[in-house]
Design a protein around this ligand. Structure first.
Ligand SMILES: Cc1cc2nc3c(=O)[nH]c(=O)nc-3n(C[C@H](O)[C@H](O)[C@H](O)COP(=O)(O)OP(=O)(O)OC[C@H]3O[C@@H](n4cnc5c(N)ncnc54)[C@H](O)[C@@H]3O)c2cc1C
Length: 314
């Protein structure tokens, strides 16, 4: 039982204290900075051991406990840590950000105040091309000649949108209505507070290669420059088990176990049973689940059993 008269020290993260309030600049005019935080690695350990003060044992025991919690998705101790960030983000990026419902948010009001006079601009070499195989993604960039023309039309559009907005305000239109044609590239600011469990969820989705580049850049800074300083043991466990881990479905595991036994024919038979190898008029039909599994095999340095070469290799 806890002795209630025991003095409790406030958990601190000296490495995070050092950068409190410091701006990490992003994109052309965005930033993230830490405004406040509560807790540290020690708070996670303390909650997991349900004790006060004396909860912390040795660093290696704490590290082992945090890694165990992360591996086994025992996440409530992570909720004992909270962080408050001040963000400046383009509206289109913010629209993705705000889908994460488990944070506490207070955003700059363009009903109350004049909209921030900054819009995210794109340099000529930064226009990304539509990905051929992923409708939500991009790959490569457009030729610089084309990029220059796109950047110039972007500049003209931003200027027109801002001028129209300013004219409406000057004419006495209410701010809440004058803003309606401002582009999604307009920057907004917010205070965003979230606990570590939900922040890790945000980071696992938004640091992922499938996330849009702009929000991914914010997530990278929050993860690697802020969380890694704040809770280094939890961050290390997150990198090892969540960011660097890979999910294996039952289907993946059954095929992998055939590959592990060196039985490529059984692996192919399994893939056929799962409907991954259906043939169309032009040969093997596209199958997203098969493609994702093939990417996992590639990461593991394993040959795909149903490609011609590996069949040939027996
Ligand atoms: C690559 C990518 C592509 C996306 N594409 C689209 C798209 O095309 N269209 C689109 O609309 N969205 C899209 N999203 C947004 C996505 O569907 C989620 O809304 C977003 O990632 C927030 O995730 P979340 O709900 O898990 O997070 P949070 O809102 O932070 O919630 C965290 C967790 O809390 C729980 N939770 C929270 N609220 C509830 C609730 N009301 N009921 C039950 N459980 C709850 C869930 O377990 C949830 O996972 C995309 C996201 C990514 C990363």
């Amino acid at each position: 039982m806890t002795n209630e008269s025991t003095r409790v020290e406030r958990p601190q993260s000296p490495a995070l204290d050092q950068i409190l309030g410091e701006r990490f600049d992003l994109l052309d005019d965005g930033f993230v900075r830490v405004v406040d935080y509560m807790g540290s690695d020690a708070s996670i350990v303390q909650a997991a051991r349900v004790s006060y003060g004396a909860g912390t044992k040795t660093v290696s025991q704490d590290r082992g406990l945090i890694r165990y919690l992360m591996r086994h998705r025992h996440t409530t101790p992570l909720e004992m840590c909270e962080i408050k960030l001040h963000l400046r983000v383009p509206m289109d990026c913010w629209r993705q950000w705000i889908r994460h419902r488990t944070a506490n948010v207070n955003e700059y009001s363009t009903r109350y105040s004049v909209a921030i006079d900054a819009a995210q601009t794109t340099a000529p070499e930064q226009w990304r091309a539509q990905a051929a195989n992923n409708k939500q993604g991009s790959e490569g960039t457009l030729p610089s000649e084309q990029g220059r023309a796109l950047t110039e039309s972007e500049r003209a559009l931003h200027e027109l949108a801002r001028r129209t907005y300013d004219q409406r305000l000057a004419a006495g239109v209410a701010r809440e209505q004058a803003r309606k044609d401002l582009p999604l590239s307009t920057y907004t600011e917010a205070y965003w507070k979230i606990d570590l469990h939900n922040l890790f969820h945000f980071l696992s989705l938004r640091m992922d290669v499938h996330a849009q580049e702009e929000i991914r850049r914010y997530a990278e800074v929050i993860g690697r420059k802020i969380v890694a300083r704040w809770v280094p043991l939890a961050w290390e466990a997150f990198e090892d088990y969540r960011l660097g881990g890979r999910f294996l479905s039952r289907l993946d595991r059954e095929i992998l176990s055939c590959i592990g036994r060196g039985d490529a024919a059984a692996a192919v038979a399994k893939a056929e049973e799962f409907g991954w190898l259906s043939q169309g008029e032009k040969g093997l039909k596209a199958n997203r689940e098969r493609a994702e599994f093939e990417a996992k095999l590639d990461e593991l340095g394993l040959a795909v059993p149903w490609t011609a070469e590996s069949k040939g290799n027996g």
